[in-house]
Design a protein around this ligand. Structure first.
Ligand code: SAH
Ligand code: SF4
Length: 418
């Protein structure tokens, strides 16, 4: 299969100039997408099909194709769904409400597989970072952030990112592929394994403490450039007969892929966060180059029209605090003017530094002064405490540890299991 086909939605692969990271000024003309390899998805030929990540309808079709009698498909799909997503069971032999020979049939045709944990790091503040290996040997990161009133899992939607935000470590990664729905929901299952969150046999899931109460799509990648897989995975996460996380506890963060924003509201129904980061097109072009395609005014129009928008379901504006770049009082005042009328909260993120980053974090007093102006204008303006910095797990620091050398298209096309 040719590179750039398949279900890959990122618009540009193998195009654009290589960018330089030498200084902030040099990023002014950064291309919107970088010179990366975007890998298509290929189902393994032969072998067993992984049931993780299939929608309920796809699961039914797969069971039918394996020879499940038509009258039983609904019931069998429901039983499997509960074993996989409610109980965390992956061995067909343990699925005790299925007949023995049916279990054998399932094992012959299918697997229940999630990404493999390559490394697990725990920060001094309790944040956990998992480095996961997925088909083709690629790696992604997932971060668990425990807080007093919630536990948030930050998941990835792509290996790397095709976009080139100049302050983001993920954006420097050259190898990119969309994750499958199974690899996206698989991150939640990996974390549940590690946290011991599956209910003990015989106990109802609601009796268990919710260690993962929230999901944020704020790890590696641009979720709206992998829309279908993200949607299917989040529908599994929300399904009441499985993981059962409310749509209001799932937040999708986008850099501003305007044509896909409304779909996130209608087809997923989750909360929306937007990487805003600047108050003029000139500065935003430099920080978030997708702004050159969809500028601030166009983005704000799409946000005003977001289907879920209301006072109880506000949009989160993420604003990274970069010293001397976007952190003045004048910018704080311009920000509140720009978003007037949009039910919103503003998350101020102190810049998380990474080796070779071309920016510095704003001073604390500056961040507080900025927050004060936003707050006085009537918006919640929490300053995000950086979490897991000692293990490079904070926002925008994720990047797979062993990015392999560039490969030829032919080399990638022959990778097994993609
Ligand atoms: N691609 C999506 C989601 C992943 S990034 C997006 O851009 O929205 C999650 C958040 O972290 C975004 O708001 C992003 O702009 C921010 N971020 C990226 N690099 C950062 C860094 N080094 N320090 C602080 N925030 C960063
Ligand atoms: Fe991609 Fe988001 Fe990083 Fe921008 S901030 S490069 S969109 S992951």
């Amino acid at each position: 299969m040719a590179v750039g086909t398949g279900n890959v939605a990122a618009p540009v692969a193998l195009r654009g100039r290589r960018r330089s990271r030498k200084s902030p000024a040099m990023t002014a003309n950064a291309p919107i997408t970088q010179d990366v390899l975007t890998l298509p998805r290929r189902l393994p030929e032969g072998g067993q099909r992984n049931l993780v990540g299939l929608t309920r309808a796809e699961l039914g079709e797969a069971l039918a194709a394996a020879g499940t009698p038509g009258t039983q498909i609904r019931m069998r799909a429901g039983q499997l769904w509960q074993w996989i997503y409610q109980k965390g069971v992956r061995d067909f032999a343990e699925m005790t409400n299925l007949a023995k020979d049916y279990r054998a049939l399932l094992a012959e045709h299918f697997t229940v597989a999630i990404p493999e944990v390559v490394r697990r790091e725990v920060s001094a503040d309790g944040t956990r970072k998992y480095l996961l290996r997925i088909a083709g040997g690629h790696e992604v990161e997932t971060v668990y952030i425990p807080e007093t009133d919630r536990g948030t899992l930050c998941i990835s939607s792509q290996v790397g990112c095709t976009l080139t935000c100049s302050f983001c470590h993920t954006g420097t990664q050259k190898l990119v592929r969309n994750l499958t729905a199974g690899e996206i929901i698989g991150q939640v299952m990996v974390a549940r394994d590690d946290l011991g969150e599956w209910p003990a046999p015989g106990r109802a899931p609601k009796d268990e403490t919710r260690l993962i109460s929230n999901i944020v799509l704020m790890g590696m990648g641009e979720p709206l450039y992998n829309f279908e897989a993200v949607r299917d995975a989040m529908r599994i996460a929300m399904d009441g007969e499985g993981i059962g996380i409310s749509r209001r506890r799932i937040t999708l963060s986008t850099s501003g892929v305007v044509p896909e924003i409304a779909r996130a509201g209608t087809e997923i129904g989750c909360m929306l966060a937007v990487s805003f980061h600047a108050t003029t097109d000139e500065v935003r072009d430099r920080l978030v180059p997708i702004n050159k395609r969809w500028n601030i005014a166009t983005l704000l129009d799409a946000l005003r029209a977001y289907p879920k928008l209301s006072n109880s379901e506000r949009i989160t504006f993420e604003y990274v605090m970069l010293k001397g770049v976007n952190d003045s009082d004048a910018e704080a005042r311009r920000l509140v003017k720009l978003i007037a009328g949009i039910p919103a909260k503003i998350n101020l993120i102190p810049f998380n530094e990474w080796p070779g980053a071309p920016y510095e974090r704003s001073d604390w007093a500056r961040i507080e002064a900025f927050a004060d102006i936003v707050y006085k204008a009537g918006y919640a303006a929490p300053i995000r405490t950086p979490r897991g910095e000692d293990i490079m797990a904070a926002c925008g620091q994720l990047r797979s540890a062993t990015e392999r050398a560039r490969k030829s298209r032919a080399g990638i096309a022959t990778e097994p299991g993609l």
